[in-house]
Design a protein around this ligand. Structure first.
Ligand SMILES: CCCCCCCCCCCCCCCCCCCCCCCC(=O)SCCNC(=O)CCNC(=O)[C@H](O)C(C)(C)COP(=O)(O)OP(=O)(O)OC[C@H]1O[C@@H](n2cnc3c(N)ncnc32)[C@H](O)[C@@H]1OP(=O)(O)O
Ligand SMILES: Cc1cc2nc3c(=O)[nH]c(=O)nc-3n(C[C@H](O)[C@H](O)[C@H](O)COP(=O)(O)OP(=O)(O)OC[C@H]3O[C@@H](n4cnc5c(N)ncnc54)[C@H](O)[C@@H]3O)c2cc1C
Length: 663
């Protein structure tokens, strides 16, 4: 049967070269080719089917995930996939699994915190998956406060071992992914106790399960922590609980790059900063930022395609009704999310660059950029995951009632994504880290020159008193006007917090009292980073007919949308006047009209297969209604016309003798 493209008329309207945009989105022609090839490989392989996930019981779901992970690994080995290709395969398989923690945290923790000898011993085993690792940091009683962890690792000089112990219920490890049912090993974070002295938290490699029969080793109690939010969703992951009862491990299983314990029981600190113990978190936060654009773009692709298919009201003379995408309200909710997806894509690319740069510096013992890298990864992780989780939910609402069906793909996408606001650092806690960095920067102005993303603070005197020069709505398209408004807002909010803090005798008390304002200042700073990196991206040459123009429109939408949403900040700090805010809004409306004919092509540029999208509402050909209708009949509830339980619960009700006269 010939396939009809119900969105063809939309695709014909587009004013730019979609294939060129696909390459911009992917990052390079090489990245595009690789991503395209692997996505098709996964989509065409029935072994990676995922449309039944929300219907399965937890046990069946989990077993199916184990099968898929093993099949993925076999595919990787059989096809000799490179690391880059394997990572893409994992991405398109689209199912959280223990392998994420093995590759995404266990391996990086050994690389970042292990000595050369430790890496040589453990990495080959991990690379071949002859051991499977997890990252066991969080406990029942403490997650955010890493210094508050209670698990102990006490050095026994007699046997040259550490004794790993959970002294209280609250010290039970709680949450680590892959721990519950799969991991054979963990990087367990514990307080290092040597000679009766507590040297703070450090990582230890601990074997948990037998490599022969998978049973827990003596002294280990381990299991899954139970069902989580949503059907399917993150329940493919075995987040676990773990207690240690005086478990002994050899001394050389303490990760010793940052600090060491000698055979004689002497504690030694390396030249590297202690904060490198937190290095794995910096790495993962960076990957989470890169992932945000994937999750958001996916939801936006579904909502945009469906908004072009869906019609409500407005029929003239019996003609077709209005496509809901043509309603200005729909546009003002949807297009900023489309723009955010692109903005997050580029900030993810930039952050990857920053992370690579700081890693190279650390290897050369240059630790100068570590505080900025920590602030950027923490702040951008917080900002992008909050906006993405909110954005997915908004996309669900943009799809009306059908968005609530699992077959829209949006409920599961939200349920899988929303814990990103909590894991790898609660988003508020992370913004407070950014705020500390900002307050430190302000307090050192005149002593230490701010550089990098905080470089705008060198012009703080100007930014504290500059006035917005916008006179007409089009003036808001000038990148300098936009940048200056965002810089002035961020600088003024930070300086105001610093001034308020100086009124407190005890700085920590002041920080706690002003923490809500500090979080807002941190948000302003992080939004500035995203805006400035988007603008920088557009200063590069970007090939392809109309591609750069579309990106300029999206950059302006992203920036003016933020200005509109946070106009309270801009107005109260005196960066703009109500007139400027009103002109920004006029300009935003005009930008929505410009993006409208290109909307479908802009989401096509993500190059997502129908398999990956997993959404009837977002299918490429827009043939939504027949597919929804067919899918309904496939629900197990429709296996029989009369439901199970009819004879037990419905029939007696219908046949009951009503004895009460009044009834
Ligand atoms: C299908 C199968 C396919 C198969 C194979 C395929 C293979 C292919 C590859 C696949 C790849 C897969 C990739 C997947 C990616 C991974 C997915 C992960 C999924 C999510 C898992 C989630 C895991 C977790 O959640 S782990 C636990 C995370 N926990 C936290 O984040 C805790 C948050 N708390 C903290 O970070 C800290 O405690 C903090 C910062 C809040 C406070 O710490 P502390 O009290 O010690 O600090 P302060 O006193 O405030 O500060 C001291 C000082 O240190 C600075 N600082 C703090 N943190 C850092 C840091 N991280 N780095 C640098 N510096 C730091 C801080 O700024 C202070 O500095 P000063 O200068 O002294 O002010
Ligand atoms: C799906 C999932 C997977 C996970 N995977 C892993 C894993 O593999 N390994 C692992 O070790 N951990 C894992 N975690 C744990 C995760 O890292 C922690 O849950 C996270 O760091 C948040 O810590 P918490 O739970 O202690 O939150 P809490 O800190 O208890 O947060 C509760 C509330 O208190 C607020 N709050 C806390 N401290 C402050 C403060 N100083 N100032 C102001 N407000 C504050 C927070 O903003 C939040 O609103 C996972 C968690 C989830 C949900």
């Amino acid at each position: 049967m010939e396939r009809v493209d119900h969105l063809a008329h939309e695709r014909n309207k587009s004013e730019f070269d979609v294939d060129a945009m696909k390459i911009v989105w992917a990052g390079s022609p090489h990245a595009f080719e690789l991503s395209d090839r692997i996505s098709k490989l996964v989509a065409s392989d029935p072994g990676f089917r995922k449309d039944n996930r929300t219907m399965l019981s937890r046990k069946d779901l989990f077993k199916n995930t184990l099968r898929k992970a093993a099949y993925a690994w076999k595919t990787i080995v059989d096809l000799h996939l490179s690391e880059e290709e394997a990572a893409k395969l994992r991405f398109y398989v689209d199912e959280p699994a223990y392998t994420d923690l093995h590759w995404g945290m266990f391996v990086p923790a050994i690389k970042g915190q292990g000595t050369d000898e430790q890496q040589q011993k453990w990495l080959p085993l991990a690379y071949k998956m002859q051991i499977i690792g997890c990252y066991a940091q969080t406990e029942l009683g403490h997650g955010s406060n890493v210094q508050g962890l209670e698990t102990t690792a006490t050095f026994d000089p007699q046997t040259d071992e550490f004794i790993i112990h959970s002294p209280t219920l609250t010290s039970s490890k709680w949450w680590p992914g892959g721990l519950g049912k799969v991991a054979t090993h963990a990087i367990a974070y514990a307080r290092l106790i040597v000679g009766g002295r507590d040297y703070g938290v450090n990582g230890f490699i601990v074997q948990l399960r037998s490599l022969e029969d998978h049973s827990p080793l003596p002294g280990i109690t381990v299991g899954d922590i139970g069902m989580k939010f949503g059907n399917g969703a993150y329940n493919t992951m075995d987040n676990g609980v773990l207690q240690f009862d005086h478990v002994r491990i050899p001394r050389d299983q303490m990760l010793m790059r940052v600090s060491q314990v000698t055979r004689e029981g002497k504690y030694k600190q390396s030249d590297v900063p202690r904060q490198l113990v937190y290095g794995t978190m910096v790495y993962v936060r960076q990957t989470i930022v890169a992932d945000a654009s994937c999750a958001l773009s996916r939801a936006v692709c579904i909502a945009t395609r469906y908004s072009a298919v869906r019609r409500q009201f407005g029929s003239q003379n019996g003609g077709p009704e209005t496509q809901v995408i043509d309603y200005k309200t729909q546009q003002s909710r949807l297009f900023p999310l489309l723009a955010s997806a692109y903005a997050f894509r580029f900030i993810g690319e930039w952050l990857k660059w920053l992370y690579t740069d700081v890693t190279q510096r650390l290897q050369a013992n240059d630790f100068s950029t570590l505080p900025e890298a920590h602030a950027c990864t923490a702040g951008l992780k917080s900002l992008t995951t909050t906006a993405t989780a909110d954005g997915i939910e908004e996309c669900r609402k943009l799809c009306g009632g059908h968005g609530y069906l699992c077959s829209s793909g949006l409920p599961e996408l939200f349920a899988v994504y929303v814990p990103a606001c909590t894991y790898e650092g609660d988003n508020t806690v992370l913004l407070l880290q950014v705020a500390r960095f900002l307050m430190k920067t302000v307090s050192q102005l005149g002593v230490k020159k701010p550089v990098g993303t905080i470089g705008y603070m060198t012009r703080v005197d100007h930014l504290m008193q500059c006035r917005c020069g916008v006179q007409r709505a089009e003036d808001w398209l000038n990148p300098s006007a936009l940048l200056e408004a965002f810089e002035a807002r961020a600088a003024r909010m930070s300086v105001a917090c610093a001034q308020n803090l100086s009124n407190f005798d005890n700085p920590e008390e002041g920080f706690a009292e002003l923490s809500a304002d500090l979080v807002e200042a941190a948000v302003a700073h992080c939004q500035l980073i995203i805006v400035s990196k988007f603008i920088e991206k557009l200063q590069q040459e970007i090939p392809g007919k109309g591609v750069k123009q579309q990106l300029e429109v999206l950059c302006n939408i992203y920036t003016l949308f933020l200005l509109h949403k946070h106009q309270g900040d801009f107005l109260s700090t005196g960066c703009i006047t109500p007139k400027h805010a009103s002109l920004a809004n006029d300009q935003l409306r005009s930008l929505y009209s410009q993006v409208r004919p290109n909307a479908i092509a802009l989401v096509d540029a993500f190059n997502y297969t129908d398999h990956f999208l997993g959404s009837i509402l977002g299918c490429y050909d827009g043939n939504v209604y027949p597919k929804l209708y067919e899918a309904a009949w496939e629900d197990p509830l429709n296996d029989s016309v009369v439901p199970d339980g009819y004879h037990q619960y419905i029939r007696p009700l219908l046949k009951q003798q009503i004895r009460t006269a009044r009834l």
